[in-house]
Design a protein around this ligand. Structure first.
Ligand code: BYC
Length: 314
């Protein structure tokens, strides 16, 4: 298509964005808008699928039948979230198989948080409380993102994330009402997950190459630092009610800003994890590769069945 023919299409696109309406898959969109969406939604989908591993680690060792049923339901929800998000990405013209290959070859990322180990059952609660809590802060505004399929997927994902956050908080509250040893387990877990949870929002705004353009296009509705602040302000009273200490000596209420001041995460550690050098990066990808290889026969059988249906209906 020539530049002359594209001009009215681009104008229609800009007007849709300015009206805060949705862009739909068949609408014209700039190549970079499409690329940014594929990057972000695929990364989000991969995070849901890889994110099943740290908690899945505890399914066989849940302390009661009730805890096991809750954890199973949560991990299954995450598989569902991954599938809605892969479907949303497919509307942009890429296949799920291609996206999986990009994940496995390391050309697409997933959230840094899932490269940390889960060392005790308290981690199941802490992930629900802090990791799903951070995910809710980040994802509620994404329900209003400018690309229709992504925003609609987010509405359902967010409803399920609320259950995930509550189950985590309820688990931690139960442990805090238990023995000294259980309370110590909760505190130790919160100490390990606090800073990685803050890193989930991405680098500080000044070091975030994508934020400005994604905000202009209505893909992101808030900057990384705005959402991080919101998460801290939301979490501090919850920590107080729980009876745990957040491991940040600089954390305090700032009356002037009507918000909490807090310390800076170790951004060097963050970039190392993003580059693949975190404590569990290799393990997570090896596990995903194994699951992909072992699932080859299922994909082949599904394709053979689909082909037969087509032949029989011709
Ligand atoms: N981890 O310019 P920036 C869940 C990358 S799943 C790894 O600020 P952007 C759950 C970033 O990709 C929750 N990489 O980027 C599941 C970029 O690199 P590239 C997952 C990160 O996109 C199971 C570079 O750093 N949520 O909740 O404007 C169990 C510069 O960053 C991270 C989502 O995916 C990170 N934390 O903003 C329990 C939400 N942060 O791609 C729970 C959707 C940054 O240019 N995604 N990078 O090479 C977003 O909202 C945005 O993509 C981000 C980053 C805020 C994450």
């Amino acid at each position: 298509m020539t530049v002359v023919e594209e001009a009215p299409l681009e104008e229609a696109f800009e007007q849709t964005i300015a009206r805060n309406d949705r862009i739909e898959p068949r609408d014209w969109m700039p190549d970079d808008y499409r690329k940014t969406l594929i990057r972000q939604i695929a990364q989000h989908a991969h995070s849901e699928i890889i994110g099943m591993q740290p908690e899945g680690n505890w399914i066989t060792r849940a302390p009661s039948l009730r805890r096991k049923a809750v954890l199973l339901a949560k991990v299954q929800d995450e598989a569902g979230h991954g599938l809605y998000l892969y479907s949303a990405t497919e509307t942009l013209g890429v296949s799920r198989d291609d996206l999986t290959r990009r994940l496995l070859s390391g050309t697409q990322k997933y959230s840094s948080i899932f490269n940390y180990p889960t060392l005790s059952y308290a981690d199941v609660g802490t992930i629900g409380w802090l990791v799903d809590g951070a995910a809710i802060c980040n994802q509620v505004p994404l329900c209003r993102t400018s690309f229709g399929p992504y925003g609609r997927a987010m509405i359902r994902v967010c409803k399920e994330e609320s259950f995930h956050q509550r189950q985590g908080y309820e688990l931690l509250m139960t442990m805090m009402r238990g023995t000294d040893e259980q309370r110590a387990m909760v505190q130790e877990s919160v100490d390990r997950f606090w800073w990685p949870a803050l890193m989930m929002f991405g680098p500080p705004d000044g070091d975030s190459p994508n934020t400005e353009r994604s905000m202009t296009w209505g893909i992101k509705r808030h900057t990384n630092d705005e959402l991080r602040q919101k998460f801290v302000d939301m979490t501090v009273p919850q920590a107080k009610a729980l009876g745990v200490t957040l491991p940040d000596p600089e954390l305090r209420w700032n009356d002037e800003r009507q918000a909490h001041d807090f310390g800076s995460p170790d951004w060097e550690e963050f970039w190392q994890v993003v580059k693949g050098n975190g404590p569990c990066n290799a393990q997570r990808l090896a596990h995903r590769q194994r699951a992909y290889d072992e699932g080859a026969w299922v994909r082949e059988a599904a394709m053979a069945y689909a082909d037969r249906q087509v032949d029989e209906n011709v």
